[in-house]
Write a protein that binds this ligand. Sequence first.
Ligand code: DNO
Length: 346
Amino acid sequence: MFLTFRWFGADDPVPLAHIRQIPGVRGIVSALYDVPIGEAWPRDNVQRLAASVNDAGLALSVVESIPIHEDIKLGRPTRDRLIDNYAASVRAIGDAGVRVLCYNFMPVFDWTRTDLAMRLSDGSLTLAYDDAALARIDLSRGSGELPGWAHAYTPDELATLLAAYRGVTDEAMWEHLAYFLERVVPAAEEAGVVMALHPDDPPWPIFGLPRIITDAAALERLLRLVDRPANGLTFCTGSLGSRPDNDLPVMARRFAERGRIHFAHCRNVRRTGERRFHEVPHPSTCGDVDMRGVLAALRDAGFAGPARSDHGRMIWGEQGRAGYGLHDRALGATYLLGLWEGLARP
Ligand code: DNO
């Protein structure tokens, strides 16, 4: 395992120079944020991004994410051209020396929370999700008021998109995912890139939309769609850990032993009810995720890929992008490094 840190580009309030000062962090996880979804990423822009990271003494290790156009997830006829563009983007990141691509297959919304600043008893602010609160969100006003990093849809756009998904079953989503992977995985192999699908977050349907990447059986099915090493996983302890039926150390061992975990997202959650949780500091003792068990499984399996401390709380008065401040993520990174070192065989 080697440590990486997510950086949102030149606009990120956390500069690369600060990331470089976190012990053990060698790699950067980033993306191009100004290319419209569905267009091919220009090679020069990817090369420039990689060069700016190199100039700071770090390496661009992972691209997270190249978003997948909704027409691909919906299986529309326009998907072939969009998949060609996607493959071109994958080749562009491979040419820039990036070896891992983290992406997701969630319809309409990426990761979703109902509160971006829930106050914990120690005064820190954290991200929280409650299915009952989600049910009160009025989508007829567009996605603007939705906390999270969803693309901001106007009310009309959102209504059209939600209508398009009506009747799209889980099985149809699996077919559309297979169609996509059958075409993109070979391109990734040629480009020297491995694909690391991020689980759905939270891992259950929201707003009536299908969500299929939720548990061990789903991860198994995903790997079989295209049974090749380049079709792999981002093992996100926080997403998978918000379901009590996911045994994380067992899952980590099972998939890492087969060489199919290409990236680890490490964060901790406290489950407080049925489909209700909030995020907590990274150490195992702070929540329901057995971080030591997960890292031990990865270590035993010989995992040598990138990992990052995922979401942090807002602490010490820091202001910034919810979940992605510097301080708590840096504490998390140091904890992960310590765990890893402690797990080393004598
Ligand atoms: C949230 C992230 C996700 C992730 C995408 C991958 O903090 O883990 O937004 O980047 O789902 O495509």
